[in-house]
Design a protein around this ligand. Structure first.
Ligand code: FAD
Length: 390
C-alpha cells in the first residue's frame, strides 16, 4: 500500500488533517486502533474557540455544528460566595466560543470521511512507524487479521498522548517539558438542563468545581479531586452533594438529574520540542497536553493540523519545504501560549493540598483583579476565545 500522508490516530487531529488534505486533493490513509463506536463515544472536550469553528466550517464539516452548537458570549467566575461575569465577546471585538461536544466533532468528521469513501481503518492493531528519517517512511499494522505495510511521503503522528509515534523517535531528539498537578477532575455527564446559561468556574475552599454543558438537555460537571481518586467511593448522591456545596449560591440551586457517565482525569502539562523528526510530524495531544481548565486541548490539536495541512499543500504544490520546516516552531508558539494560560487558570482556581493560606489569599486577589479590572479581564477573555495572532 502506498499513500501521500499516513495518519496515525482518528481523534480530532487526525480526522481534521485528513479532511483538510482531501479538500486540497492530497491522499491520506487514517489508521485508528480503537473501534468507530469507541472513538465516537469518548466524552472529552466541549468548548470550541471561534477559530476552531471557522476551520471546521471551512473544511466542510460545520453544518451540524452551526445548527446545534451553542454560541456563548461569556463565562462566570465564582468565588467568595459571589458570581462575576467575564463578557468574552464585549472584550474581544465580538468573538465567541461554541459549546459542541468533541464526540459530535468526531462523528461529523468520521461521517464525512466514510461518505467520501476515503480510507479510515478502525481497529488497526500493532501499528508501528519506521524509516522516519528516510524519504519513504512506513507504517506497518494488522487489520482484519492481515499484516499490511503502508509506504508514505510523510507520517502525521496524531495518536494522542499514549500513542506510538512520539516514542518511535530516537532518544535524544526530543526535549520534554512537563508538570504534574497534585489533583484531578471527577467529571460527570448528567441528563438535566443546565442550571445556568454560561459556564461557571467556581473557586471554593473545598476545591474547584465547573459547571459546563453539552446541549440544552445535557450538563457536564466537574469537581477537583485527588489524581488517584477512587471513583467507587463516589455515589451519584455524594457527587451531587459536593457539587451543590461548591457551586451553590444563595437563591440559586443546581438542578440534578440522572448521571450518564462519570470518570476521573489526572491533570498534566506536557510539551515536546521539536514536533518533528525527519518525515514524522507530531500534532495534537501526541506532542502536548494541557490541564483542561483553559479548554484548550482540542483547539490546539486543530490549530496544529491547520498549520501542518497548509505546509503540506505548499510542499506538494511548490516543492519547497519551507513551511514544513517551520511547522514545529510555528505550532509551538501557540502551544506555549495555551500552556501558560491553562496553567494560569489552573493555579488560580484549584486548592492545593495542604491548604496553604498564603496561596489562597493570592488566588482570591487574582480573582478579584480579573473580575474588576478591564485590562485583566480582557487578557483572560482573549486567551479563552483564542488569540487571533500567535
Ligand atoms: C476530561 C477531559 C476534558 C477535556 N476538555 C477539553 C475542553 O473543554 N476543551 C478542549 O479544547 N480540550 C479538552 N480536552 C482535551 C481534548 O480532549 C484533547 O486535547 C483532544 O482529544 C486531542 O485530540 P488528538 O486528536 O490530538 O488526540 P486524541 O483525541 O487522544 O486522539 C488520538 C487518537 O489516536 C488513537 N491512537 C492511540 N494510539 C494509537 C495507535 N498505536 N495506533 C492507532 N491509533 C492510535 C486513539 O485511540 C485516538 O483515537 C479534554 C480532555 C479530557 C480528558
Amino acid at each position: 500500500m502506498r499513500t501521500q500522508v499516513g495518519i496515525v490516530g482518528a481523534g480530532p487531529a487526525g480526522l481534521t488533517l485528513a479532511q483538510l488534505l482531501h479538500r486540497e486533493g492530497i491522499e491520506s490513509v487514517v489508521l485508528e486502533d480503537r473501534s468507530r463506536e469507541y472513538v465516537e463515544q469518548r466524552i472529552r472536550a466541549g468548548v470550541l474557540e471561534q477559530g476552531t469553528v471557522d476551520l471546521l466550517v471551512a473544511a466542510g464539516v460545520g453544518d451540524r455544528l452551526r445548527r446545534e452548537g451553542l454560541v456563548h458570549h461569556g463565562i462566570e467566575l465564582q468565588f467568595d460566595g459571589e458570581r462575576h461575569r467575564i463578557p468574552l465577546s464585549d472584550l474581544t471585538g465580538g468573538r465567541t466560543i461554541v459549546i459542541y461536544g468533541q464526540t459530535e466533532v468526531v462523528k461529523d468528521l468520521v461521517r464525512a470521511r466514510l461518505e467520501a469513501d476515503l480510507p479510515l481503518l478502525f481497529e488497526a492493531a500493532d501499528v508501528t512507524v519506521s524509516d522516519l528519517d528516510s524519504e519513504r517512511p512506513r507504517i506497518s499494522f494488522t487489520h482484519a487479521s492481515r499484516a499490511h505495510e503502508l509506504e508514505c511521503d510523510v507520517i502525521a503522528g496524531c495518536d494522542g498522548f499514549h500513542g506510538v509515534c512520539r516514542p518511535s523517535i530516537p532518544a535524544g531528539v526530543l526535549r520534554e517539558y512537563s508538570r504534574e498537578y497534585p489533583f484531578g477532575w471527577l467529571g460527570i455527564l448528567a441528563a438535566v438542563a443546565p442550571s445556568n446559561d454560561e459556564l461557571i468556574y467556581a473557586h471554593h475552599e473545598r476545591g474547584f468545581a465547573l459547571l459546563s454543558l453539552r446541549s440544552p438537555e445535557l450538563c457536564r460537571l466537574y469537581i477537583q479531586c485527588r489524581p488517584d481518586e477512587d471513583l467507587a467511593a463516589w455515589s451519584d448522591e455524594r457527587i451531587w452533594a459536593e457539587l451543590q456545596l461548591r457551586l451553590g449560591l444563595k437563591g440559586w440551586t443546581l438542578a440534578e438529574g440522572p448521571v450518564l457517565e462519570k470518570g476521573v482525569t489526572g491533570m498534566r502539562s506536557f510539551v515536546v520540542e521539536p514536533m518533528r523528526y525527519g518525515r514524522l510530524f507530531l500534532a495534537g495531544d501526541a506532542a502536548h497536553i494541557v490541564p483542561p481548565t483553559g479548554a484548550k486541548g482540542l483547539n490546539l490539536a486543530l490549530h496544529d493540523v491547520r498549520v501542518l495541512a497548509e505546509a503540506l499543500v505548499s510542499w506538494y504544490e511548490t516543492g519547497s519545504s519551507a513551511l514544513l520546516d517551520a511547522y514545529s516552531e510555528a505550532s509551538l508558539q501557540r502551544v506555549w501560549r495555551a500552556e501558560h494560560f491553562s496553567w494560569w487558570m489552573t493555579q488560580m482556581l484549584h486548592r492545593s493540598d495542604g491548604g496553604d493560606d498564603f496561596g489562597l489569599k493570592l488566588q482570591l486577589s487574582q480573582l478579584r483583579y480579573v473580575t474588576t479590572s478591564t485590562a485583566a479581564a480582557t487578557s483572560l477573555a482573549e486567551n479563552y476565545v483564542g488569540l487571533e495572532q500567535v
